[in-house]
Design a protein around this ligand. Structure first.
Ligand code: GDP
Length: 328
């Protein structure tokens, strides 16, 4: 039975990846941070087959301990402080966890692996936010990185450190440059979930409107369930490498609002939107669109769920959740 250790088990991707690996017959371990983590019950209910270990990406000794218990064949480093807007207010914490945390776990894996550098296959969750002020459209593996937030800068550090450990020590370390990926499990701070929840509440008469930030930014949004497949595929290759994972289609925040409101039969949605500088960012990533041709040719990976289907899935899920809330 193959064994895997996942950091960031409480997040959207941690849950989808756990389900995927459990279905493939893996023995799955998840690293969980802190005492009384509020998401502990969610993980226990959603993926009861996962064995939880306490640890923190900023505490290398806890990572070594977790590796010694889990004895993994594969490590997926999904743990991060991942909300871009928050990263300006907490730049040092973001750097410690999202950036230096990668070095901690790479070094822990290296020490754990002894004289066999390929004993553990390592996946690093890199991000399209690394492209920031985009230097090429669409963005691919070779595009110059130009991050536009403390989060993006920390992810660039982790990305290059992963490549450095691969090249310096011969580790089987791969980096997935994942474009935005969403689902009904997305956190409410992200724009897709904020919109799907608000639209559901507006259609049920539970809320009057939505306060938004920049409506012109464009993102390449895919479905998280498709994207965790790509992570797994990267670690099944003989040779470690870096891959862009994206849909190749970009949509604005306005498009998102249009499709979400259309799902509940509202067409004149603009009157329901107010804009507030609170939701604007000191620097913006204006246009993300990825070229995942390499993932398609080498991994045989392609996204299955398109933008409209994704947004509808999220709105439908929030309608159900909000109806339950209303009936309480
Ligand atoms: P990100 O790509 O990881 O930053 O994902 P987000 O979902 O947080 O933001 C995507 C884009 O939506 C960014 O360009 C934001 O500036 C834009 N946006 C516009 N209004 C909002 C809002 O109210 N909340 C969030 N989170 N983003 C917003």
């Amino acid at each position: 039975m193959p064994r895997a250790l996942i950091t960031g088990i409480t997040g959207q991707d941690g849950l989808y990846l756990s389900e995927l690996l459990l279905a493939k017959g893996y023995d799955v371990y998840g690293l969980i941070r802190g005492q009384n983590n509020p998401k502990l019950d969610l993980v226990r209910e959603t993926v009861p087959g996962v064995k939880l270990l306490t640890g923190d990406l900023t505490d290398m000794s806890s990572l070594i301990r977790a590796l010694n218990v889990a004895r993994p064949d594969e490590v997926y480093n999904l743990g991060a402080i991942s909300f871009v807007a928050y990263s300006w207010e907490n730049a040092m914490l973001t750097t410690d966890v999202t950036g230096k945390g990668v070095l901690n776990i790479l070094e822990a894996v290296r020490l754990y692996s002894g004289d066999d550098p390929t004993k553990v296959r390592y996946y690093q969750a890199s991000s399209s936010e690394m492209f920031g002020k985009v230097q090429e459209v669409p963005q691919r593996e070779s595009t110059l990185l130009w991050p536009r937030s403390p989060y993006g800068v920390a992810k660039v550090f982790g990305h290059y450190m992963t490549i450095n450990y691969r090249e310096s020590y011969g580790m089987h370390a791969s980096s997935g440059i994942l474009f935005n990926h969403e689902s009904p499990r997305r956190g409410f701070e992200f724009v897709t979930r904020k919109v799907s929840q608000a639209v559901a509440r507006i259609s049920l008469g539970m809320q009057d409107g939505i306060t938004m930030g920049n409506l012109d930014a464009k993102r390449d949004w895919g479905f998280a369930g498709d994207y965790v497949e790509a992570m797994w595929l990267m670690l099944q290759q003989d040779t470690p490498d870096d891959y862009v994972i994206s849909t190749g289609v970009t949509h604005s925040i306005r498009d998102l609002l249009e499709v979400a409101f259309e799902r509940v039969g509202i067409t004149d949605w603009e009157r329901l939107i107010t804009q507030d500088p609170r939701f604007m960012r000191p620097a913006e990533v204006e246009l993300l669109i990825g070229d995942s041709a390499k993932a398609k040719s080498v991994l045989g990976w392609e996204p299955k769920v398109g933008f409209t289907e994704l947004v509808q899935m999220m709105v439908d899920n929030d309608l159900e959740l909000q109806r339950e809330q209303k009936d309480k």
